[in-house]
Design a protein around this ligand. Sequence first.
Ligand SMILES: O=C(CO)[C@H](O)[C@H](O)COP(=O)(O)O
Length: 233
Amino acid sequence: MSSDDLKKQAAARALELVTPGMRLGLGTGSTAKHFVDLLGARVAEGLDVLCVSTSEVTEAQARALSIPMSTLDATPELDLTIDGADEVDRELRLIKGGGAALLREKIVAAASARMVVIADDTKLVERLGRFPLPIEIVPFGMEATRRAVLAAMAGAGAAGDLVLRRKADGSVLVTDGGHWILDAHLGEIAEPESLSTALAAIPGVVEHGLFIGLADAAILAGAAGLTVLGRLD
Ligand SMILES: O=C(CO)[C@H](O)[C@H](O)COP(=O)(O)O
């Protein structure tokens, strides 16, 4: 079974959590895209939901499927967010932001009563950090911010290179919020909580891709079937 099939299986299981009248957060990425496609089919059959997206890409996909969309200003409390992840550990700590949507993803997850991660089981890790940690920064003063990030990483026992994210054409990637992303190549993160706190204290850092205490469950699809971390109910 292909990785894409596995992502779709996880998305299909997450769809079973959706009940009529729910206010949903819609994630970003190839796995979340499957969920939005499946949700769109249910909406076409008459399912009543109201959704908030985590990126312009997901917003466009959902609108094309005629999924009723709202904003966090009009709908500031959500029942459930379904989103992908770049890494998940057994404590349901995540690295997110591979699709550059980490800021809105974290805001939407924090506004949700529950967040459920969907992924293929290659995303499950014993220690976070093999996937480069995205750190969203404001362009102003980037070099000063970069040095502060390096110092914060060293203080949290996590050394590595910081790489400004670029698009395939070589231009700097600009997020939906107009910011840039530094990807921290750390190998492993011994103390995610310490690093999260240290990064969040840097003025030029808008947000970072460590999601701690936000996910309630993860649905991981593998060759042997679905594995659930945490509780789905
Ligand atoms: O955090 C994200 C986007 O910012 C995605 O959820 C993450 O990159 C996983 O994507 P995919 O489902 O394509 O593997």
